[in-house]
Design a protein around this ligand. Structure first.
Ligand SMILES: C[S@@+](CC[C@H](N)C(=O)[O-])C[C@H]1O[C@@H](n2cnc3c(N)ncnc32)[C@H](O)[C@@H]1O
Length: 393
């Protein structure tokens, strides 16, 4: 954004220099053309009024001098103006190059800060509440047919985090299939999250029917390992909840995990909806905020259009949710800064983002497209969407 504006400013300077150049030369030539005629006119009057002869001569000399001086001055100033405009252009190009050389760092590069800001996001949002409603209300219907009567169900949790949502889903799965055992593969790259998941397990009773296998891997590493080892195991239920932002190619990731589904298996994807404040923010600031190495700014709108272009059917469920972002507008608030990091997915956004980008993002976050203001609070539209896919035909 800032680069664009700087370029525009430099172009304006160059345009102004060109215009000045044209005006100066035209002015100089006009002076050359007018001055001799003016001198003739003055000389005529001098012939009639001899007393003014001397003054007239001096005036003519001065006019000629003035004409030459004006012309030289216009050439010199035009050159100065053009070279200064070029310097501005050079400077802005160098600045743009410098900006490209040091892009904003992604929040996921700092696991500790990521977890801190995610935790705060969960506290300030109805994210898990809306998932809870979905898991109680809709998911049981989807899970009813999985397994096709098998005694053991294979479940893959991709980006399970600390496992709270996983355990809620297991409870519904258990209610639908009370006599099954579960082989659960947790695919989670963060050791801290795996640790938190294990702590949660240690505090949760009645999970003996589940066998946990810990894969400290990203989805891509897991896929590579799966392919290299020519694994053939099929899954009955795979979920990837709020994690497709962190893969390079979300469509390919979805395709791979969908290909692992057994008969009657289900793949559950939950992401922010294209209509949420996130979708609006990312449509405007994708170039500045989103890391090119990972998808980050993906919404269910992107996933749905990928599926539709391949003719893959899905069922979609809206999960209305909100997030209180009021603290983001309190200058110097540590929590506000953490939330801003999570919203932008940029590490230390408040300190490292260019002032113009920061102001633009803060302004956008307050707009009705993204938030509503009630009782002095700024409530961001955090709406999610769940997509459920069946096995590939
Ligand atoms: C926003 S959290 C969601 C956690 C959990 N699913 C939930 O909804 O509470 C995203 C999780 O994805 C994990 N993650 C990040 N990059 C990943 C990747 N490339 N593959 C799999 N998981 C990833 C993170 O460590 C984190 O635990």
């Amino acid at each position: 954004m800032r680069d664009l504006n700087t370029d525009t400013f430099a172009e304006q300077q160059q345009q102004r220099a060109r215009t000045t150049c044209i005006f100066s030369f035209t002015g100089g030539i006009a002076l050359l053309w007018i001055a001799p005629r003016y001198s003739d006119m003055v000389q005529c009057r001098i012939l009639n009024r001899k007393s003014l002869y001397r003054i007239g001569k001096v005036f003519i000399r001065k006019t000629a001098f003035l004409q030459r001086s004006l012309l030289s001055a216009s050439i010199v100033s035009t050159n100065l103006y053009v070279s200064s405009a070029n310097r501005i252009i050079d400077h802005s190009s160098r600045r743009a190059a410098a900006d490209m050389a040091s892009p904003l760092r992604s929040l996921v590069e700092d696991d500790e800060r990521y977890l801190k800001s995610f935790q705060l996001f969960l506290e300030r949002s109805s994210e898990h509440q809306c998932m809870h409603d979905f898991i109680q209300g809709i998911l049981p219907g989807e899970l009813a047919s999985v397994g096709d009567g098998k005694a053991e169900l294979n479940v893959f949790g991709v980006g399970s985090g600390s496992g709270d949502i996983d355990l809620e889903m297991f409870s519904q799965l258990r209610q639908k299939h009370p006599s099954v055992t579960v082989d659960n593969q947790v695919i989670e790259p963060s050791s801290q999250q795996i640790h938190n998941y294990k702590v949660l397990l240690s505090k949760t009773p009645d999970l003996d029917y589940i066998k946990f296998t810990w894969n400290k891997n990203t989805a891509a590493e897991f896929e590579q390992h799966w392919k290299e080892n020519k694994m053939s195991k099929k899954a009955d239920f795979i979920h990837m909840i709020q994690m497709l932002y962190y893969v390079k190619d979300p469509d390919a990731t979805v395709r791979f995990f969908q290909s692992l589904l057994d008969k009657n298996g289900k793949l559950l994807i939950i992401l922010v909806s294209g209509r949420s404040g996130w979708g609006k923010l990312w449509r405007k600031y994708r170039r500045q905020l989103c890391n090119t190495e990972i998808s980050q700014c993906v919404t269910t709108r992107d996933i749905k259009s990928g599926l539709e272009s391949q003719g893959v059917a899905y069922r979609s469920y809206a999960l209305p949710s909100h997030l209180d972002i009021s603290e983001c507008f309190v200058e110097g608030s540590e929590k506000g800064e953490l939330l801003l990091d999570f919203l932008t997915e940029v590490l230390d956004f408040s300190r490292t983002a260019p002032a113009e980008l920061k102001a633009g993002v803060l302004e956008m976050l307050r707009q009705p497209d993204c938030s509503v203001e009630t009782d002095g609070k700024v409530i961001f539209n955090n709406s999610l969407e769940a997509l459920v896919l069946d096995p590939l035909p």
